[in-house]
Ligand binder design. Structure first.
Ligand SMILES: [Zn+2]
Length: 317
């Protein structure tokens, strides 16, 4: 959800830092075309060092230990890209325990592509829980280059979906296109409730001051379904946080605490009676985060982190 705090146009000139990361096992489904599919820049990998993939053990010779990975002549590894010294890829996630049959995950990609054309719809106030009201929806934020949050949310959702379905999970989406209007935030929460969702994941990108970077995972400060459901949402949030960090992303340097942030002002959390998290995957106004969030590789990285977290949560329940 865009917090609508900052529409500043001050552009951060901080160059992205950190090694190039090649993301393994990417889905072949790509909701949006882009030339950059082979590598990405982690904006903050200095804080979350990526574990190197262990080099394949060459075999018997004891000399091999002292001389890692000498490429023998006959089959040189094909150069992966333009970078002659690629950083090690993130370690593959441990295989999660299988989920129970009948498991339902609701994915809620925030906002929608035609919201900005229909203020008469999205500006209407709707119930937001605990006596609050909120606009039906908002347009969301964008990068300084104009890459819209709704598209980021939509792409991540569509990268995430097959990763869950491959584990036998039934996925319900709160919207079925990226060029529509709404639905309203209270309706999105109702979709999760009506589906009796085992997990609800609402996906957003932030529009904060450019100095903020990194993701955070929000849960309801006051859970409408009581303490037990609050505990489940918290466990889900911790797993999703660990999933995102485990794939090489960094928690926010300024917002929330250690990647977690309980909130009392968000309809999607206040109205959900199922285990629910809402993520701000990064700050689209931060140059490094913007690079990541507007690239297919970065979107797939976020989706993989979400999938790992959700599957860990479901496997542990
Ligand atoms: Zn948003």
């Amino acid at each position: 959800m865009s917090t609508q705090v900052s529409e500043t146009t001050t552009s951060s000139s901080a160059p992205p830092s950190g090694p190039l990361i090649t993301v393994p096992g990417l889905s072949s489904a790509e909701p949006s075309p882009s030339p950059d599919t082979t590598s990405m820049v982690s904006p903050s990998s200095s804080e979350q060092p990526v574990e190197p993939e262990p080099a394949p053990a060459p075999d018997t010779s004891p000399a091999a230990e002292a001389e890692p990975a000498p490429a023998p002549a006959p089959e040189p590894a094909p150069a992966p890209a333009q970078d002659p010294n690629p950083a090690p890829a993130p370690a593959p996630a441990p295989a999660p325990a299988p989920v129970q049959s009948g498991t339902v995950v609701v994915i809620d990609p925030g906002h929608n592509g035609a919201n900005n054309e229909h203020p008469e719809i999205i500006d209407q106030l709707v119930e937001a829980g605990f006596g609050q009201t909120k606009p039906c929806n908002t347009t969301g934020t964008s990068t300084n280059d104009g890459y819209p949050e709704y598209e980021f949310n939509w792409n991540v959702a569509n990268y995430l979906r097959p990763k869950l379905e491959a584990n036998g999970i039934t996925v319900v989406m709160t919207r079925d296109s990226d060029d529509g209007v709404g639905p309203c935030v209270n309706k999105r929460a109702q979709i999760g409730n009506d589906a009796n969702a085992d997990v609800v994941v609402s996906i957003h990108g932030d529009g904060e001051d450019p100095s903020a970077r990194g993701y955070y995972v929000m849960t309801a400060e006051q859970d409408p379904a009581g303490a037990q459901m609050a505990a489940q949402s918290h466990a889900l949030a911790v797993n999703v946080r660990d999933g995102l960090s485990g794939i090489g992303l960094s928690p926010s340097n300024r917002l929330g605490s250690a990647g977690l942030w309980p909130r009392n002002d968000l309809a999607g959390l206040n109205l959900s009676v199922r285990p629910t998290v809402m993520i701000e995957a990064g700050n689209m106004r931060n140059a490094g985060d913007a690079d990541l969030m507007s690239s297919p590789a970065g979107q797939q990285q976020v989706a993989q982190g979400l999938a790992n977290g959700v599957l860990t949560y479901l496997g542990s329940g």
